[in-house]
Design a protein around this ligand. Structure first.
Ligand code: ADP
Length: 635
């Protein structure tokens, strides 16, 4: 008969055995099915914990509660760590390191025990005699330990460590070679090849990508990171990663600065929110380890590594090494980024330049069309105008018409209007000649003062009508210059007409002249400077250059009038363009000085013309002036 106690005990043991075996069988089945190295590592911890628990419980049942309890607690702790810890050291490596530690310490223990036993024996045998005092025996034993035993023991320990835990990686040498090799690299592909090659060697894997991180904006104006990558060891370029600025991944890399394992990505709570697109991008890359790269505290890139060749998980030592590798790469990566930025900028410049070039060509085409139009229009207008002018002159002289004051007045108006039209058509012809570089000059020695005076004499009456004092200062000391008298007359005519036109009634226009010293080139023998100053409305400095382009006017179109000297009566906008064309054809310069445009305060303007005494043997062509964007208005 079996006692009730024994039966209960047997049932307990059978139940325990059943559940234990079932748990073990289930664990083995799961472990066999699992392909992911990181999960296999985790299951390894669980299995070891399970074995310890089973052993502990076995001891417990065999009436060894203390040892059994200890093993059980250790087993439960190990299993809990295996299940809970986010980053787990690789188990086989940890076991190997532990085993090699125990083996080498055990060896040292055994050897030292033997040595001490030997020394103890030696003492008892030799230390009695007169020739072997105890000090000498101790000295000999210590010398044997220091010179023979220790080196042998160290060698043996290293051999054991190499055999069990594996050889140490020469990471320092590898990293220093890498750093030297990448300092001058400015090409992402080359950098990726070097970096991934080094990572492959140092971390024992075979797959890796290097990505450059740049911020961009999408159509809605939201910022995101574009990770543009290169595969390290040949092969295709990986797809770009597009990561939102507030994605957990971007937040982690901006703040944490640690390598990130796939296990952490899968299991850490703050990555549960990771967008599906980010996950599938990492999955496509078969990413097992993500190592951020920084330059000047800014996240600028990412090294993505595949699984280890051994299928094991990346150890803490691997992560440290990967971190150092990334730090070394920061500077080179920044260089690549800068060069890429410069190349992009260069491309933009090139595109902008070609657009500018096209616009310039178009403007030149337009300018040519405009010049052609002016040329044709002025030529075509000239003949009928001459007919009208001649006929109106004849009408004016007709005694029959002179008797009727009304018709007389009408004919007078026709004659004045036709003369003004003549002037405008002449100006158009002049500008057409300047534009087409057909301006013919016949330079003769002339006295500028005389020319200026004769121009002013022609405009004296117009100035008087407006109550403007037209004054020509004494210019007796001015040297004669070589110039085309008709052309130069037009220059001063336009300047003085303008001065009268833009000066309110009662103002003053003063023309002065000074000799100028010798300069290089055309001014080798010096020249003259004539200034037309007025007390008019002035010119805004923004327009000081533009007013010299044809058809440019700062005034309003509505102010156009037939009166050529009426206050602010805008003309066709050709006077200054003709003046500059002629002056430049004489290798001279013309420009304006005026503080501002103010119709109340009237700060005035000063137009300066500088002309050389002698003309060079061959006159240069007048410059083709840029065309302003104002519609052509013929009066
Ligand atoms: P316009 O036929 O309109 O006078 P110009 O080429 O002679 O054409 O002058 C161009 C523009 O320069 C004028 O519309 C005027 O705005 C400005 N300008 C020229 N001379 C003067 C001046 N003495 N004072 C103020 N503005 C002037």
């Amino acid at each position: 008969m079996i006692s009730r106690e024994a039966a209960a005990r047997a049932a307990l043991v059978a139940g325990w055995a059943f559940f234990t075996l079932a748990t073990a069988a289930l664990s083995v089945w799961i472990a066999r099915k699992e392909a992911l190295p990181l999960r296999r590592n985790r299951i390894g911890y669980w299995m070891l914990g399970l074995v310890l628990v089973i052993l502990g419980e076995g001891l417990f049942l065999a009436q060894r509660p203390v040892m059994g309890g200890g093993l059980r607690v250790t087993g439960v702790l190990l299993s809990a760590i295996g299940l809970q810890a986010v980053v787990l050291p690789e188990m086989t490596r940890t076991l190997r390191v532990g085993l090699s530690y125990l083996a080498s310490r055990g060896l040292a223990l055994a050897v030292y025990t033997l040595v001490f036993l030997g020394v103890y024996g030696g003492f008892s045998m030799f230390s009695q005699g007169p020739f072997f005092p105890p000090v000498l025996v101790a000295l000999l034993a210590a010398a044997a330990v220091v010179f023979v035993l220790n080196p042998v023991l160290t060698g043996l320990q290293q051999t054991i460590k190499d055999a069990i835990a594996g050889k140490d990686r020469d990471a320092a040498r590898l990293l220093s070679q890498y750093t030297q090799g990448i300092t001058h690299i400015t090409d992402l592909k080359l950098l990726a090849t070097r970096m991934v090659g080094t990572a492959n060697q140092a971390l024992e894997n075979h797959r890796g990508f290097l990505f450059i991180a740049n911020t961009e904006r999408d159509a809605d104006g939201d910022s995101f990171y574009r990770l543009r990558g290169e595969q390290g060891a040949g092969g295709d370029r990986p797809p770009d990663g597009l990561i939102a600025e507030d994605s957990p991944l971007a937040l982690y890399f901006r703040s944490e600065r640690h390598p990130l394992t796939a296990a952490e990505l899968r299991e850490a709570p703050h990555f549960q929110e990771l967008a599906e697109s980010d996950r599938s991008w990492l999955k496509d890359l078969d990413a097992e380890l993500l190592v951020p790269i920084y330059a000047r505290d800014e996240w600028i890139g990412l090294l993505v590594l595949g699984p280890k060749n051994s299928g094991a998980a990346y150890s803490q030592e691997d992560l440290n090494l990967a971190g150092i590798l990334a730090d070394q790469t920061g500077v080179a990566m920044e260089n690549v980024r800068l060069v890429e930025g410069l190349t992009r900028l260069n491309d933009q410049f090139r595109r902008a330049y070609s657009a500018l070039e096209q616009a310039k060509q178009q403007l030149e085409r337009l300018d040519r069309t405009k010049s052609d139009f002016i040329s044709i229009a002025s030529h075509e207008l000239r003949t009928p105008l001459t007919v009208i002018s001649g006929s109106s002159q004849m009408l004016l002289a007709d005694p029959a018409l002179q008797e009727n004051p009304y018709t007389q007045k009408l004919v007078d108006k026709i004659v004045t209007g036709t003369a003004r039209m003549h002037e405008i058509v002449d100006s158009m012809l002049d500008i057409a000649k300047i534009d087409t570089r057909e301006l013919q000059l016949d330079p003769q020695p002339i006295a500028v003062s005389g020319l200026v005076r004769s121009v002013c004499a022609g405009l004296d009456e117009a100035a008087r009508e407006r109550g403007i004092t037209l004054e020509v200062e004494e210019m007796a000391g001015l040297p004669h210059i070589e110039a085309d008298v008709d052309a130069l007359r037009k220059v001063f005519y336009h300047l003085v007409v303008n001065a009268i036109k833009y000066t309110p009634d009662g103002g003053r226009v003063t023309i002065s002249g000074h000799p100028v010293g010798a300069e290089r080139g055309a001014f080798a023998e010096g020249g003259v400077k004539v200034t037309v100053a007025d007390t008019g409305i002035g010119i805004d400095p923004r327009y000081h250059e533009l007013i010299f382009t044809k058809f440019y006017q700062t005034g309003e179109l509505a102010l156009h009038s037939t009166g050529k000297t009426k206050f602010k009566g805008a003309g066709p906008g050709l006077g200054l363009a003709i003046a500059r064309g002629i002056v430049e054809a004489h290798t001279g310069r013309v420009w304006v000085e005026s503080p501002r445009c103010d119709e109340q305060a009237c700060p005035g303007s000063r137009f300066h013309v500088v002309l050389p005494r002698r003309q060079p043997a061959r006159l240069p062509e007048p410059s083709r002036m840029p065309t302003p964007s104002r519609p052509l208005v013929l009066h």
